[in-house]
Every structure is written in structure tokens, then in C-alpha cells.
Design a protein around this ligand. Structure first.
Ligand SMILES: C[S@@+](CC[C@H](N)C(=O)[O-])C[C@H]1O[C@@H](n2cnc3c(N)ncnc32)[C@H](O)[C@@H]1O
Length: 272
């Protein structure tokens, strides 16, 4: 199985997306692979983990979508290692909060991407309080496909954005999340033959498997995502499907990433 474009995300998925079961204090934590040292070793080997945003296949498309952040406040939902929080600080943001359900990811963020303007907090997207009119910009990269009720999060994001605030996110594409086993169908000699989609309109839980780990993700249709925004006060500014950049095309298997969309990038503005 080769997914050079998405490898890190799939690995991330397996790290963090298992069903929350335990609690530490009042924070839900995942009873899953990211507590597994071996798994974290593998995760840390990914180029995205080692090199940050420049090694992320979607970055060449996501970066230009950021609004000016000079003097702005930024909330990052599912911040992981905190790369986007650090980027926001470098762009002049003066108040940045990265939240993530994973204690280990937050610890990594504090180690790798701390900053005077940045606070990291262990919190599920579902538990954060989303204070009214608090943030100029809310970002979320590759975390929303772990959320069952995505429309509820859209409503909360709308509430917490200031009038005219920007919501910028990257989510696994519905074509990808509806993929059978979220993997290719292979030829007998192991080549990706096609990407099968099934049960597209049956939304919700998808059980996936990667690096020996079981991970639960959530499938949302395109209608749910787009209409979920439009019905809740957002105006769409940009919708893009991530394609790997030319510079990455010599990576083995990368050309297959042009055969189906894997990530959906959306920029929306809160009309108030
Ligand atoms: C693939 S990683 C992406 C991390 C980071 N946004 C990035 O792009 O580098 C997905 C992140 O979402 C977090 N996550 C998953 N479900 C979550 C939830 N319900 N609440 C908060 N964070 C969650 C995971 O812990 C993980 O850090």
C-alpha cells in the first residue's frame, strides 16, 4: 500500500482517531495507537513530522488561502504538532490557541512549535467552549474527518468567529472517506487498479486499518460539508481539491494521487 501524498495523514489518523474511551482528569483521551511508542516512532519518521509544513502535500494550496494574520487571533482545531500555530505566529498573529484531543500531540507541539503568542491546550473539538466573537481566524487541518457531527462544529465555529472572520480547513475528501477500506483495489501484481467508492450516502463511522492499527474516521458527504457551512451563516470563498505539487511527482507512487481526490480545502467567511 503506497500513499505518498497522504501517508502522514493516514498515519495521523491511526494515531488519533480511535474511539475515545478513557478519561484523564476531565479530558477525554484516546485509547489508541498514539500511546504506542512504536507507532509514535513511525509517526515521527514521516517527512511531514520531521520537516513540517513544507513537506505536507497540501501546503502549496493551503498556504495561499490564509488571510493576513498580522495582529489577529487564530484558533487551530486539532493542531497536532502545532505547525500551523507556529506559522500563524510567524505571520504576526498575536493570540493563537491550538487545541487537540491528544496529550501526546500537545506535548510534541509544546516541544517543537512553542511561541510567546501560542497556547496549546488538550481539548476535544467537541468540548471546547467556542466563546462568542472571539477569533479572527479558525483553522483546522486534517482533523474534521474525526468528528461525527461536523455541522455542530460549524455552528460553534461560526459563533466563535468575529463578524467577517475566516474559517479555513482541510478535511479528507468525501471520495476518499467513502473509499472501500480507504485503500486502492489492487491488481494481482500489487498495482493500484482503481479506487472503489461504496455507501457514499451512508455517512458516519468508517473503520480503517493502517500500520497494524485500527482507526475510526467519519465520512461526510460533500453536501453535508458545503451545505453545512452555507446553512449556518458562512459564505464560501474558496473550495479546492488538493493535488500533489509538481516537485513531489518523482516520489514513487505520487502519480497515483492524481487518480482521485484525497483532501478538500475550504475557505469560508462568517457573515454576521
Ligand atoms: C492528522 S493530524 C493533523 C494535525 C495537524 N492539524 C497537522 O496538520 O499537522 C489530526 C489531529 O487531529 C486530532 N484530533 C482527532 N480527533 C480530535 C478531536 N475529536 N478533538 C480534537 N483533536 C482531534 C488528533 O489528535 C491529531 O493531532
Amino acid at each position: 500500500m503506497q500513499f505518498p501524498f497522504i501517508e502522514q495523514m493516514k498515519l495521523g489518523s491511526r494515531l488519533e482517531a480511535a474511539v475515545p474511551k478513557d478519561k484523564i482528569g476531565d479530558v477525554k483521551v484516546m485509547n489508541n495507537e498514539y500511546d504506542n511508542e512504536k507507532f509514535f516512532e513511525e509517526y515521527a519518521k514521516m517527512s511531514r513530522s520531521k520537516e513540517g509544513l513544507k513537506a505536507a502535500g497540501e501546503w502549496h494550496q493551503l498556504k495561499p488561502l490564509f488571510p493576513s494574520l498580522e495582529g489577529k487571533s487564530v484558533l487551530d482545531l486539532g493542531c497536532g504538532y502545532g505547525w500551523h500555530c507556529k506559522f500563524a505566529e510567524e505571520q504576526g498573529a498575536t493570540k493563537i490557541l491550538g487545541i487537540d484531543l491528544s496529550k501526546k500531540m500537545i506535548e510534541e507541539a509544546q516541544k517543537r512549535n512553542s511561541g510567546n503568542q501560542i497556547e496549546y491546550r488538550i481539548s476535544g473539538l467537541e468540548e471546547y467552549d467556542y466563546p462568542e466573537n472571539e477569533w479572527d481566524c479558525v483553522i483546522s487541518n486534517l482533523a474534521l474527518h474525526y468528528i461525527e457531527d461536523i455541522v455542530e462544529i460549524f455552528q460553534k465555529v461560526y459563533r466563535t468567529l468575529k463578524p467577517g472572520g475566516i474559517f479555513l480547513f482541510n478535511i479528507e475528501h468525501p471520495v476518499f472517506t467513502a473509499g472501500v477500506g480507504q485503500d486502492w483495489i489492487y491488481t494481482d501484481d500489487g498495482k493500484p487498479q482503481y479506487w472503489a467508492i461504496d455507501n457514499y450516502f451512508i455517512t458516519g463511522e468508517r473503520n480503517t486499518h493502517f500500520l497494524g492499527c485500527d482507526v475510526v474516521k467519519q465520512h461526510h458527504t460533500l453536501t453535508q460539508i458545503i451545505m453545512g457551512l452555507l446553512n449556518n451563516g458562512f459564505e464560501l470563498k474558496v473550495v479546492e481539491e488538493a493535488e500533489p505539487p509538481k516537485e513531489m511527482m518523482d516520489i514513487p507512487g505520487m502519480e497515483d494521487e492524481l487518480r482521485r481526490p484525497m483532501m478538500l480545502l475550504v475557505k469560508a467567511i462568517a457573515k454576521k
